[in-house]
Design a protein around this ligand. Sequence first.
Ligand code: GLN
Length: 204
Amino acid sequence: TLEAGVVAVQGDVEEHADAIERAASAHGREVTVHEIRESGIVPDCDLLAMPGGESTTISRLIHGEGIATEIQEHVTAGKPLLATCAGLIVASSDAGDDRVDELDLLDVTVERNAFGRQKDSFEAPLEVDGLEEPYPAVFIRAPAIDAVGDADVLASWDGRPVAVRDGPVVGTSFHPELTPDSRIHDLAFFANEAASVPALENPQ
Ligand code: GLN
């Protein structure tokens, strides 16, 4: 059984847990999902998701609880992390906001709320590197990725990158947990050559 963690100090947690379960089951894998609100759980996790929500709040809480360093160690060990929307902002190397203490896990500069305020939320059919059919991407007060350093752009919208991969880390401006389509979770956790989860012990 794989151990998965969803950073749950704030933001949309349930939906990520469901998407992780769907992606795992598509690979014939069982998974236990842990909600992470305190330190000591991340070190046992094979894969991690950091959800959307409010990036300054998430940043403050994960640093305060000692979870931030554990997430950095998880990535250094080559284990996969999917960081979405506010999670992407926190995982970036530059969030352009003093209230966010970036984890520097994705070599990108982001601009918060770059696609407008809540009323400007939208869904877009996104061409994503590695996916055959467009992905229905839900954007909610989404950040844009302005500068990309040592990372691969997986998708762009309106001429701006909205999905990137930096080794074991995949970051998206949009919310892949809010649609029944779990292909982005699949991409991040099971189809990323730069990241590994433990193999099945007794493959059938
Ligand atoms: N606007 C939020 C922020 O900057 C992110 C929005 C989201 O995660 N849906 O923190």
